[in-house]
Design a protein around this ligand. Structure first.
Ligand SMILES: [Zn+2]
Length: 208
């Protein structure tokens, strides 16, 4: 069974939010120094590359990543093509059969140059959250750094999704993914106090 990797590479120069901690990996204790092994050190913002947000990211009293149910991050997911939209509203999703969908991934293709942090991307309108909640959706994934406009301070979509118990997966790479049904796996790390976590997100073919 073949796996499609939908995670972004983490390396020197991986784009990060303006002003946020850049990604860095270095060998902090080399084989020569330790006498036996290379030991690496990682520094990064949790919101770099492919990651999940915990409610604490946008609410001081929100749950931390370790508190969230792992079931959210494994199971059938529907990849939907929204490549021609500048924002996604409930009306844009009315034609989609959402029966038995609990995870939905939006392929916007609006982050075109992966080597740079984007200036503008397709975002989620606030009316999407109640619409998806009506269909029992628990997880939404996007191929951009945020579900909200990148300059948003109010984070309307983040808050509306949270109000409707829908969790958030961001920074996917869906460029080479044909829309349709897959099995998603994207587990967060057990960072007890984390406001989110990087994930290795993959899709496997799945028949509904
Ligand atoms: Zn985030």
């Amino acid at each position: 069974m073949s796996i499609i990797d939908i995670s972004r590479r983490l390396e020197q120069g991986t784009p990060t939010w303006p002003g946020d901690t850049p990604f860095s990996y270095s060998v902090s204790w080399s084989k020569e120094e330790s006498g036996s092994v290379n030991v690496g050190k990682l520094e990064m913002s949790i919101h770099t590359g492919t990651h999940v947000d915990a409610p604490f990211h946008f609410m001081n009293n929100g749950e931390r990543i370790y508190d969230l149910d792992l079931e959210l991050y494994v199971g059938p997911a529907l990849v939907v093509d929204v490549t021609n939209l500048s924002s996604i509203a409930a009306k844009d999703l009315e034609q989609i059969d959402l029966t038995n969908v609990s995870r939905i991934l939006f392929k916007t293709n609006s982050w075109t140059d992966y080597t740079k942090f984007p200036e503008e991307v397709t975002y989620i309108e606030a009316d999407v959250a109640p619409f998806l909640a009506k269909h029992n959706i628990k997880l939404i994934g996007v191929d951009v750094p945020s579900v909200d406009p990148l300059d948003s301070k109010e984070l309307q979509a983040h808050h509306a999704l949270h109000t409707h118990h829908i969790h958030i997966l961001e920074g996917l790479d869906l460029q080479n993914v044909t829309p349709g049904w897959y099995e998603l796996m994207a587990f967060p790390l057990p960072i007890v106090e984390g406001d989110g976590s990087p994930v290795r997100a993959v899709l496997r073919s799945h028949n509904k």
